[in-house]
Design a protein around this ligand. Sequence first.
Ligand code: UDX
Length: 433
Amino acid sequence: MRISVIGCGYLGAVHASAMAELGHEVIGIDVDERKIAALAAGRPPFYEPGLPEILTSATASGRLRFSTDIADAAGAEVHFLAVGTPQVAGSGAADLGYVDAAFESLLPYLADGALIVGKSTVPVGTAGRLAERLAAGAPHASLAWNPEFLREGFAVKDTLEPDRLVYGVVDDHAASVLDQIYRAAIEAGTPRIVTDYATAELVKVAANSFLATKISFINAMSEIADATGADVTALADAIGHDARIGRRFLNAGVGFGGGCLPKDIRAFTARAEELGRGDALGFLKEVDAINLRQRQRVVDLAIEVLGGSVFQRKVAVLGVTFKPESDDVRDSPALDVAVQLKGLGAEVVATDPEGLDNARLRHPQLDYTSSTHEALRDAELVVLVTEWREYRALDPSRVGGLVAGRRIIDGRNVLDPVAWRSAGWQYRGLGRP
Ligand code: UDX
């Protein structure tokens, strides 16, 4: 099919490349000229395993092109809206400015029978409002909402082999067009839920709220574990064996961050309040508060381990991204901890395999090094806050020879306390005895 993807950020760039990989003819549109130039040259503007390969092969085949001119979307049968919905400054609500602008700019270019497919994460009710606008401004076209559940680090796989497809539609025609687009996934047996706009919009924020709640639940347990000498990791293993609970997303640590979970739970709460149902989602404020408290707990632990103050003490911070296999530092707990320690006067040296460029842009006041050894050299405290494989694999004896003091805070509970302690380290996790 002929497809346009409006908005070539994380979601759009991956979606456009994946659609071309599936054999569709795709044009990616974005207002950011640098981003478009990079993508057209086969270079993703962010780190995502597997994306460079499909982007290069799709651009080389001619099936994938990029443009900054929305008029170039005119020939497409299907237009995916994949622009961002960031948090409004000073409020939890989602900023729909980019969605509305992209939608309006597209209206004059819609061919007869064209389908607009919303992918952006939006407050429930947005699709209904846009459909009314479409009926007035371009009645020959129609709208579907088709949320995206990709995880950074697995974005290509999640797009090509999703674990479910959700279509918010008002007629069978839109569903059959989406079926054609996703034929490969459907033939592979991917479950497909065809529903209304509101449900499709809610599925996305409900899923992310559930995941955030799961993480904050185990982090709350880690606080109780700390107060009682219990081990939150063994607790998670034990409750995770109950198939109704499941072990995934029960890793206690410095908490969740990134471009989705934090903003989505805040926007969902704000929307519920608008709907007069704020009480129903009151618990998400607690989920957010527990999550932010984890960052403070790591900072407090650093102060405790260093005997009451971090002032002028050298601290190595391992990791700045919100999770491994990503260069994304948006709302990153790891970077937040580094910034807070620096604010308390610590001599922080932060390192990360992929996130340093983005971290430097946001927090130029921190010292960074791309070398783990350099970061560790002479450190009086090591704080692991993003569980990159290379940090999990550190050898406590060898690292012990680099640092000035064998103290480590395992902010992701991924190291073996016995191995580190037997190599002479003071080891502290979150909710681990
Ligand atoms: C998330 C959703 O998983 C995805 O479905 C949605 O489309 C976008 O938002 P992503 O932001 O890529 O994806 O990150 P995810 O893998 O969900 O991790 C989110 C955060 O939770 C990370 O900071 C991670 O470190 C943290 N996390 C995850 C925990 O602290 N503990 C866990 O057990 C799992």
